[in-house]
Design a protein around this ligand. Structure first.
Ligand SMILES: NC(=O)c1ccc[n+]([C@@H]2O[C@H](COP(=O)([O-])OP(=O)(O)OC[C@H]3O[C@@H](n4cnc5c(N)ncnc54)[C@H](O)[C@@H]3O)[C@@H](O)[C@H]2O)c1
Ligand SMILES: C[C@@H](O)[C@H](N)C(=O)O
Length: 340
């Protein structure tokens, strides 16, 4: 089978590997749609993210869906089933797993995170309990994009987004745009979103943002104050990882409001005015990956409550993956897909 391997920064190549055999509790999946995530691009450019360093050839890609072609002895699936693959498989035994917080498992195997291979491959053998059957009305592309949608759903849950809430999302990348879908589904009625790339803001506007804020031209907190009669929003979801955006979350949220941090700032220590958090009684939450989100993501897609395919700018074949990564690095690109 063909797989795309990252050897070192800037060097992706397609090579031939043995097709894996599914273990008794695994499915063999013919992978058909894989999203290119910002973290894949980061490994491609820099060969590492924080402490995770590409030290041996690594298959990238963790937003995937495909068709089951073979099953282990005890899986409950059949060849021909279409499935989305949840990329993080926890140990199932640690205290976090037992509490149901399996996204915090320290022994998780996560696709495309060194040393664990990902899904830019024709076939992947994957545990059946981290595969989700897709109904006919949900496409394989939508199945693959359940992954970034899950990041948004988990953030909406962390922020306790409720009917009638106003939400500011900072960043119109795939995570910000799909967090917007998730908060709408959770009942938010006013959703504002910021970025500094005009094309991205136009995309957010066309996808139904109530207001878009270009932070190159407007002060974020000032713009939010104007939109909320000076109060600030109920919830801020930070999805850019940019220091100025993280800093301004406190100034954009109302007294008694909630801040959810998704964006990962590289090597950034950001001063925090704890007095403002206390005086204004703010709730501040981190949001790490997701747990128990795939069934909800698939239901929302089947019911046409959310759109994920609209964020896709281009698709490419596995053999042209290096060109696809170059295109994904363009700041105007939101999402590229590899289609096999
Ligand atoms: N916590 C998690 O589990 C998790 C999961 C996935 C991604 N992430 C992180 O979330 C962030 C978003 O991911 P993504 O894939 O959408 O990234 P992305 O780079 O595609 O999008 C980030 C967007 O933020 C915009 N931006 C830059 N500076 C800004 C500013 N000052 N104000 C507003 N917007 C600004 C960029 O123009 C870009 O459109 C990244 O930091 C990523 O590492 C975290
Ligand atoms: C959650 C996932 O999308 C993210 N890129 C990570 O590796 O944590």
């Amino acid at each position: 089978m063909h797989v795309a391997v990252l050897d070192e920064p800037g060097s992706l190549r397609v090579e031939e590997r043995e097709r894996p055999e599914p273990a008794p509790d695994e499915l063999l999946v013919n992978v058909r749609e894989i999203g290119i995530c910002g973290s894949d691009v980061h490994y491609y450019e820099h060969g590492k993210i924080g402490d995770y360093v590409v030290e041996s050839p690594l298959i990238l890609g963790h937003e995937s869906a495909g068709e089951v072609v073979a099953v282990g002895e005890r899986t409950g699936f059949e060849p021909g089933d279409r499935v989305a693959l949840e990329p993080g498989v926890p140990c199932r035994r640690c205290a976090h797993c037992k509490r149901g917080e399996y996204n915090l498992c320290p022994d998780v195997t996560f696709m495309a995170t060194p040393p664990d291979d990902g899904a830019f491959a024709e076939y992947v053998a994957w545990p059946a309990d981290f595969a989700y059957r897709l109904p006919d009305s949900v496409s394989l592309r939508e199945g693959a994009l359940c992954e970034p949608l899950s990041v948004g759903i988990h953030a909406a849950r962390r922020g306790n987004v409720d009917v009638g809430d106003s939400v500011l999302i900072t960043g119109c990348g795939p995570i910000g745009l799909l967090a917007m879908e998730a908060v709408r589904a959770a009942g938010a009625t006013e959703v504002f979103i910021s970025d500094m790339v005009p094309e991205k803001l136009r995309t957010a506007e066309s996808r139904g943002a109530d207001a878009v804020i270009d932070v190159r031209e407007e002060n974020l907190a000032g713009a939010v104050a104007n939109l909320t009669d000076g109060d600030g929003v109920d919830i801020v979801i930070e999805a850019s990882g940019a220091k100025p955006a993280i800093r301004s979350t406190i100034d954009s949220v109302r007294r008694g409001g909630t801040i959810v941090l998704i964006g990962l700032a590289q090597n950034a220590e950001i001063p925090l005015d704890t007095g403002e958090i206390i005086d204004n009684e703010l709730d501040l939450f981190g949001s790490f990956r997701y747990r128990n989100t795939y069934p909800a993501a698939i239901d929302l897609l089947a019911d046409n409550v959310v759109d994920v395919e609209g964020i896709v700018d281009f698709e490419s074949g596995l053999d042209d993956i290096d060109k696809a990564f170059e295109r994904a690095m363009n700041e105007e690109t939101v999402k590229g897909m590899i289609t096999i």
